[in-house]
Design a protein around this ligand. Structure first.
Ligand code: AHM
Ligand code: MG
Length: 336
């Protein structure tokens, strides 16, 4: 293949469909819908400073966090794009308390559910810092002729058939995996297409960065503090954007480790299993990295029991996650 040939996201997805002999095109369609929604959200994010959609909307989301208007916009656009095509039978969003069953379109028996965080890192919008959309796709468990059920959404991350994110950064990039490696597509605004720019992404075994909200240092458990001290002793550089997608994106390419441990305010951790941790853990594992909780369970093996469940997370370069695991073993205080 000519090295300079442009491959658009659509072409790539259609080409990859041939890898799945019994594929019906539904997953292909879903990924394309998400690509379309991402372009619409991108357009809006890019003009966030120009129009009067900045600022807090005055509502809280289902997890009790402040919701900003652009979150709502992104949420609506994703729901609309997924609803219109009829490729999915239900969605769950970080911005909605409950899941939303999707009406059947043209008597298609859609078999996938989509979960997403429409705009992660939204406290960064007002100040022009990168934000992102995160998505996760599962095959439904319930009978295809009935309504979707909560169990369709509460599947372990290891069951994901596809996951990815869109980062609205210095450029806009969509990164996704269907369980056969990870590929990245940069939006070329001049032609309005996501073009293959990062083929078969592999995370470095180690990196020079660690990423954690060091402001909470005193609220972390002792083993976590020891590990963070170790990172500092090793002269690793601290980078923390406060947009998980951006921090994970850097970690994916440059190596490193990202941690969000339990604090007093968030005793289970802050980040959501279904909307943030599962899809990003899927991507990082597919790129050769690791993702575990501070209690050392693999993120993709967690069994969520509610839609907005939170977890602690340690994710990134495999050698660094292993090292953190050793610290937990060495410094955990066993109650006497
Ligand atoms: P959000 O979904 O409400 O935007 O919250 C998730 C974000 C992550 O992107 C980021 O890593 C984390 O919250 C930052 O939290 P904190 O400000 O507590 O460090
Ligand atoms: Mg979020």
């Amino acid at each position: 293949m000519d090295k300079n040939q442009i491959i658009t996201l659509d072409e790539f997805i259609i080409h990859r469909q041939k890898d799945f002999p019994y594929a019906s095109g539904e997953l292909t369609g879903l990924l394309r819908d998400i690509g379309v929604a991402a372009k619409i959200v991108n357009r809006e994010v890019n003009k966030a400073g120009l129009v009067n959609i900045l600022g807090v909307d005055g509502n809280s989301n289902a997890s009790g966090d402040e919701v900003q208007k652009l979150d709502m916009y992104a949420n609506e656009k994703l729901i609309t794009c997924l609803k219109n095509s009829g490729e999915c039978c239900g969605i769950a969003s970080e911005e909605n308390e409950d899941f939303i069953p999707m009406p059947t379109v043209e008597s298609k028996n859609a078999k996938y559910v989509v979960l997403f965080d429409p705009l992660d890192g939204s406290s960064n919008i007002d100040v022009n810092v990168s934000v992102g959309t995160i998505f996760s796709i599962f095959r439904r468990k319930s009978d295809a002729n009935g309504d979707v059920t909560l169990e369709d959404f509460l599947q372990k991350g290891s069951e994901q058939v596809a996951a990815g994110y869109v980062l609205y950064g210095t450029s806009t990039i969509l990164v996704y995996s269907t369980g056969r490696g990870v590929n990245g597509f940069t939006l070329d605004p001049s032609i309005g297409e996501f073009c293959l720019s990062h083929r078969d992404i592999k995370i470095p075994d180690r990196g020079n960065y660690y990423s954690v909200n060091q402001g909470y240092y005193l609220k972390f458990d002792v083993e976590m503090r020891r590990y963070i001290d170790h990172c500092s002793d090793m002269n690793l550089r601290l980078r923390y954007i406060g947009s998980m997608v951006s921090d994970i994106h850097r970690t994916l390419f440059q190596g490193g480790i990202f941690l969000y441990p339990n604090t007093r305010k968030y005793p289970q951790g802050k980040l959501r299993v279904l909307y943030e941790c599962n899809p990003l853990a899927f991507i990082v594992e597919q790129a050769g990295g690791k993702a575990i909780t501070c209690q050392l369970e693999r993120i993709l093996d967690l069994q969520a029991t509610e839609l907005h469940q939170r977890t602690t997370i340690v994710i990134g370069s495999p050698a660094m996650v292993d090292e953190m695991e050793e610290f937990v073993g060495r410094y955990t205080v066993v109650p006497t």
